[in-house]
Ligand binder design. Structure first.
Ligand SMILES: N[C@@H](CCC(=O)N[C@@H](CSS)C(=O)NCC(=O)O)C(=O)O
Length: 257
């Protein structure tokens, strides 16, 4: 197969992954019921290299088992940001799957093996995932982009018909609005978007859909700030434990082998 044919073939196969293709790719959407967190597994089946986005501490044994069952090697475990509602699984995964490199943005202020700057990429097999700086929910929020698959993982910056709250950590509504409009809504309309949470059971959206239907981010910036100031959400139950643990990459208090 020529390089061009190989590229076209990989595109077809990987786009098919979440299109109910009968061809297996190793790409998986995983869910943590307690925190309503989505964790994403992406794999290059040729090299067997895989990455996880936003793993959850309690689900690390599940994730490690699946990765082993699929015959994959976890290269990177990435966090979209320093979460406030659960402890990241990256620390525990490093113990369960030695060689795993934990990743978070430099701006997060959290410990990790690798810190990404805006537009920096990490590779898994023949794919690369790029970190776009999208602050607002926290300073260090990143949206992870895989151009070759036409997909982006928005963390808590953009949720399906919603967005991350801005009332704690370094939350700032104007900053979040700018991040979404300048870094996510400028992606091609057909890019598929996958958030870190959905509290209604939705699993994916697209740039075009959110540009048209997001009830918060279709407003002008002042109306958006007003909406965000009046969400009146209770603080996440785990915040006092999760933020300090995530500052250490979830590396303390993990179960001993
Ligand atoms: N009840 C949950 C926390 C729910 C929550 O606050 N979600 C965050 C993302 S996790 S910090 C959020 O930004 N929500 C936005 C929204 O509009 O719901 C818990 O106690 O963990």
């Amino acid at each position: 197969m020529s390089p061009v044919e190989l590229r076209q073939d990989s595109r077809r196969v990987l786009h098919g992954a979440w299109n109910r293709s009968r061809k297996s790719t190793g790409n998986r959407l995983l869910f943590d019921e307690k925190s309503w967190t989505y964790t994403y597994l992406l794999a290059d089946l040729t090299s067997k290299e895989a990455i996880l986005i936003d793993p959850v501490l309690e689900q690390a044994p599940r994730d490690a088992k699946l990765i082993q069952e699929l015959g994959l090697k976890l290269t990177y475990a990435l966090n979209t940001h320093m979460h406030a509602d659960h402890i990241t699984g990256t620390g525990y995964l490093k113990q369960l799957l030695p060689g795993t490199v934990s990743v978070i943005s430099e701006a997060s202020g959290a410990k990790a093996d690798k810190h990404l700057k805006d537009n920096e990429v990490v590779k898994f097999g023949r794919f690369e995932i790029k970190g776009l700086s999208t602050p607002g929910h926290t300073n260090g929020c990143m949206t992870y982009l895989v151009d070759e698959m036409g997909i982006a993982f928005t963390g808590d910056t953009l949720l399906i018909r919603g967005c991350g709250r801005t009332d704690f950590q370094e939350g700032d509504s104007r900053t979040l609005y700018k991040s979404v409009h300048e870094r996510i809504f400028t992606l091609p309309d057909n890019y598929r978007l996958f958030p870190a949470h959905d509290y209604k059971g939705n699993m994916e959206t697209s740039v075009a859909e959110e540009k048209q239907y997001n009830p918060r981010l279709t407003k002008d910036v002042d109306a958006f700030v007003e909406i965000m100031a009046n969400l009146n959400l209770p603080y996440p139950k785990m915040i006092d434990k999760a933020v300090p643990a995530n500052r250490e990459c979830g590396l303390y208090d993990i179960p001993k082998e």
